[in-house]
Structure formats: structure tokens, C-alpha cells
Design a protein around this ligand. Structure first.
Ligand code: NAD
Length: 482
């Protein structure tokens, strides 16, 4: 019998009240391998009651003691890193090397980072004329909701949970129903780490059902969401009139701009990573590649050569570069974009087909990494987020031209610029409409920096002090002392 993924409520792993479950698929095989609780209002009510009981004591726990518990959680994940990595790979289809080197280390680092950050968190004070001191008190909000997507399951859930807990809040967490396994495993780690019951409740189920109920629940003071722009808009519609604090991390259609004066090899490697890491299923992926005309043909040929040696295979094998797409629905959605690109006049330079594997993975959702050229900036392929191993490539002649192209979408999450001209790098970064700009790198992260998008990619910033400020309420206290 396949494993049951339960809710973690009041420190216990519990069945959904309805006793209903959803199938969990292993993307590499296309087979059901587990089932996840399909929770509803009654499960949510239990989670809220538990969080309400836990909140006064957790809010009163000193930052140092909260920090020690978060550090224990980090140790717990680290101690079981291989188990977590294997689970993440089976659940999501991503290569085991990515789970081992990126997803799981970053998950424990998120807890470690905010364990440190809360001990360093301070607030402002202002000495005013005439013997008056203003200082800012920061207090936890109460019960907050953290909703995460499937592409970096534990990595992104922990990126929200850790600052929320560090700041003294009780959390209702909802992992994606597509990849619920590692969040399920986190519950036991939290109990062993000494996290009091009810401080973190992980409620599994669909976004439309329990996710939506969480957003609307009157006890919830803030919603931290990462996912698609469409769902972000839907959440805002319900949360904004209730005056809940909102942090929205949403979609991207990121430009990757390569100037002829760049370090060619570094730009090439960066472009491969940016376009195809996690099968292109990262919000930060550079899916629109712009290359300055003098090196366009040379760069394109070198890129094709590198794409051709990417190994598509069983995600559980160490040597695999490209795993499976996360679900059958998503696989077909991405393949639809290939057909659309052709209809829009694009030429498939490389890839564009499903990849059939033998043996264990013969039913898996694999596709070839794909590069397309000959498309206009305004076509749907270049405007809509595909979220798969699909990138477009186009030449450009001037900074002005490539800036206009880069800024031509509704999104503004991340951009990469490859150049050895310092002035150009600064001119471009000043004008590009993007919350994150990488110069001569891609996805190099420092957890202290503000993370988030402009335009339809985001509202608010995560990371460092921004996250701790989001998860606290500011109260200005004005003391007259003369
Ligand atoms: P999604 O929006 O479909 O779902 C995200 C989460 O929201 C899931 O847990 C889902 O169950 C839940 N949800 C769905 N409908 C809901 C509703 N009405 N109310 C409350 N919750 C609801 O996104 P996805 O397909 O899981 O993830 C892919 C998307 O996430 C892409 O658009 C990608 O760009 C984006 N993403 C953004 C970032 C970022 O930092 N900006 C990071 C990773 C992924």
C-alpha cells in the first residue's frame, strides 16, 4: 500500500476529517506512489484552534530560545539530508544532484539563517527635538499563512516558515498538493527539535479548497504566498478587503542578456544553468536569451552543443542533468507551448520533443531541453511564463533595443546581464524593470538581500530583515522625557 501523507496539527500527524486523499505521482515514472490528505474547513479549524492556543507562549518565548529551536530544526533536516533529498526527487522529478546540492541544503540554511537573524534584529529609534524619544516596537502578528509552490518544495516553504516562526508567529503552512512529501517529513523534525505543539501546523490539500479557506480565515493576519501570478491575484482579491498583510512572490519571464564583450565561456555556462536548471521550472529561470549580434551565431552554436550533452534520465541517478516535469498536466501544458511557438513562426533550434526513456522511467514526463529562435518579442511564447525547459534566443544591436525587449513583458522578477563593460552594466541595471539583477552570474544568492519582483511578479520582498519586518507589526512609541 502506498504511503499516506497526513496533516501535522497540534504536534501530531493526523488524518483529514473527511478521510479523503489525493493521489501523489512520481513524475519520473508517471505512477501513483503515495496519497495526500485532502483537507478542508474542519481540518483548518483544528489547526487554527491549535495555533491560537500556542501563540501567547510562543510570542513570549525569548528570541534566543526561538533561535535555538530553529537551529535544532536545521540540524534535524541536515542529519536526514539524504532521506529528504531522495523524497524531494521522487516527489518532484528533479535530479537528485539538485536535491542534494541545492534544495535540501537551502532548506536547513533557511532555518539557520533566521535563527541568527532574529538574534540580530533591532528596530529604529528617533531622538526628536525637545526631549522626545520615538522608538519602534515590533511584535509578532499572530497566526500567519505560508503557501508554497511545487518547484522548490521544502526550499520555498522553509523560506517562509523560518522567518515567521523566528518573529514569534504561529504558522498555518500549505505545501503544494503536487509535492507534499518533504513538508510532511518536517513535522517529525519539528517535534524532535522542541517546537511547541501548535506553533507550526501543516495542512495538506488543494489550493482551491483548503488554501483558499486559509487565506479567508478571519484569524489569519498575514498571507505569504509563492506561486503563479493568476493565483496571487485571486488571493489578493480575498485578502486585501480583509486588510491582511500580503507578500506575493509570483511568476517570471526573465531576460538573459549577453553582450559581445562578455566572458564567453562563463556566459555560456550561466545561460545553460539559467535556462534549464530544474527543467526550467524555477521562477528565476532566464527563458528569454538575447545575444549581441557580433557573437550571436557563435553563441547559439556553442549553446546547442552544450544542450545536446545534457543527460536526460532517471532523476535518482547522480549523473542526470535533466529530470522529469512535475506532472502530466504540466508536461502537456509545456508541450502546447512548443506547438504555439511553431505556429507563431518560431524555429526549433534544438529539442522540442518528448523524451522517452526505457525501464523504470518509461512512463515518466520527460522532454528535451528546447531552444527556439525567430520569434517576435510580442508573441505569446515570449510573453507568457512557460515554466519548462524552453528558452527563446534572439540577436540584438543596441542597449536601447535590448532594454525595450527585456522590459516588454508584464513580469519583472529577475534579469541577468553578461558584460565586462562596467558602465554598461550600471546603465542597464538602472533601467531594467526587475526586482533582481545579476551581473555576470545567475542565481547567486545572499539570504540577507531583498528578494522579490516588480510589476506582476511580486508585491513586497522576502529575505533578511524584509522578511522579519513583514512578519511583525510596528508600533511607534513616543516618550516625552524632559
Ligand atoms: P500555483 O499558483 O498554482 O500554486 C501555488 C500554491 O498556491 C500551491 O500550494 C497551491 O495549492 C496554492 N493555491 C492555488 N490556488 C489557491 C487559492 N485560490 N488560494 C490559496 N492558495 C492557492 O503555482 P505552482 O504551479 O505551484 O508554481 C509555479 C508558479 O510559481 C510559477 O508561476 C512560478 O513562477 C511561481 N514561483 C514564483 C517564485 C518567486 O519567488 N517569485 C518562486 C517559485 C515559483
Amino acid at each position: 500500500m502506498s504511503e499516506k501523507i497526513l496533516n501535522f496539527i497540534d504536534g501530531q500527524l493526523v488524518e483529514p476529517k473527511s478521510n479523503e486523499y489525493l493521489d501523489c505521482y512520481e513524475p519520473a515514472t508517471g505512477q501513483v506512489y503515495a496519497s495526500v490528505a485532502n483537507s478542508g474547513e474542519k481540518d483548518l479549524a483544528d489547526a487554527v484552534a491549535s495555533a491560537q492556543n500556542a501563540f501567547p507562549a510562543w510570542a513570549a518565548t525569548s528570541p534566543l530560545n526561538r533561535s535555538l529551536i530553529l537551529r535544532n530544526i536545521a540540524h534535524g533536516i541536515k542529519a536526514h539530508a539524504e532521506k529528504f533529498a531522495k523524497a524531494e526527487t521522487i516527489d518532484s522529478g528533479k535530479p537528485i544532484s539538485a536535491s542534494m546540492k541545492t534544495d535540501i541544503p537551502r532548506s536547513w540554511l533557511n532555518f539557520e539563517f533566521f535563527a541568527d537573524a532574529i538574534t540580530q534584529f533591532s528596530s529604529e529609534s528617533h531622538e526628536t527635538d525637545g526631549g522626545t524619544l520615538n522608538f519602534t516596537m515590533r511584535s509578532p502578528l499572530g497566526i500567519v499563512t505560508c503557501i508554497a509552490p511545487w518547484n522548490l518544495p521544502l526550499y520555498l516553504l522553509s523560506w517562509k516558515i523560518a522567518p515567521a516562526l523566528a518573529a514569534g508567529n504561529c504558522v498555518l503552512a500549505k505545501p503544494s498538493e503536487v509535492t507534499p512529501m518533504t513538508a510532511f517529513m518536517l513535522g517529525e523534525i519539528c517535534n524532535k527539535a522542541g517546537l511547541p505543539k501548535g506553533v507550526l501546523n501543516i495542512v495538506q490539500g488543494t489550493g482551491a479548497n483548503v488554501g483558499s479557506s486559509m487565506v479567508k480565515h478571519p484569524a489569519v493576519k498575514a498571507v505569504s504566498f509563492t506561486g503563479s501570478t493568476a493565483v496571487g491575484a485571486e488571493i489578493s482579491k480575498h485578502a486585501a478587503p480583509l486588510f491582511k498583510k500580503l507578500s506575493l512572490e509570483m511568476g517570471g519571464k526573465n531576460p538573459n542578456i549577453i553582450f559581445a564583450d562578455c566572458n564567453f565561456e562563463k556566459a555560456l555556462l550561466g545561460t545553460i544553468r539559467a535556462a534549464f536548471s530544474n527543467q526550467g521550472q524555477i521562477c528565476l529561470c532566464g527563458s528569454r536569451i538575447f545575444v549581441e549580434r557580433p557573437i550571436y551565431e557563435k553563441f547559439k552554436s556553442a549553446l546547442v552543443a552544450r544542450i545536446n550533452v545534457l543527460k536526460i534520465g532517471d532523476p535518482l541517478e547522480e549523473s542526470t542533468d535533466q529530470g522529469a516535469l512535475v506532472s502530466k498536466i504540466h508536461f502537456h501544458r509545456v508541450m502546447t507551448y512548443i506547438a504555439l511557438a511553431k505556429k507563431e513562426g518560431g524555429t526549433i533550434v534544438v529539442g522540442g520533443e518528448q523524451k522517452k526513456l526505457d525501464g523504470r522511467c518509461q512512463g515518466g514526463w520527460f522532454m528535451q531541453p528546447t531552444l527556439i529562435e525567430g520569434l517576435s518579442n510580442q508573441c505569446r511564447t515570449n510573453q507568457e511564463e512557460i515554466f519548462g525547459p524552453v528558452a527563446t534566443i534572439a540577436p540584438f544591436d543596441t542597449e536601447e533595443e535590448v532594454l525595450a525587449a527585456a522590459n516588454s513583458t508584464r513580469y519583472g522578477l529577475a534579469a541577468s546581464i553578461w558584460t565586462n563593460n562596467l558602465g554598461r552594466a550600471h546603465r542597464m541595471t538602472a533601467k531594467i524593470e526587475s526586482g533582481i539583477v545579476w551581473v555576470n552570474c545567475w542565481m547567486t544568492r545572499d539570504l540577507r538581500t531583498p528578494f522579490g519582483g516588480m510589476k506582476d511578479s511580486g508585491v513586497g520582498r522576502e529575505g533578511g530583515l524584509d522578511a522579519l519586518r513583514f512578519f511583525t507589526d510596528a508600533k511607534n512609541v513616543c516618550v516625552k522625557y524632559d
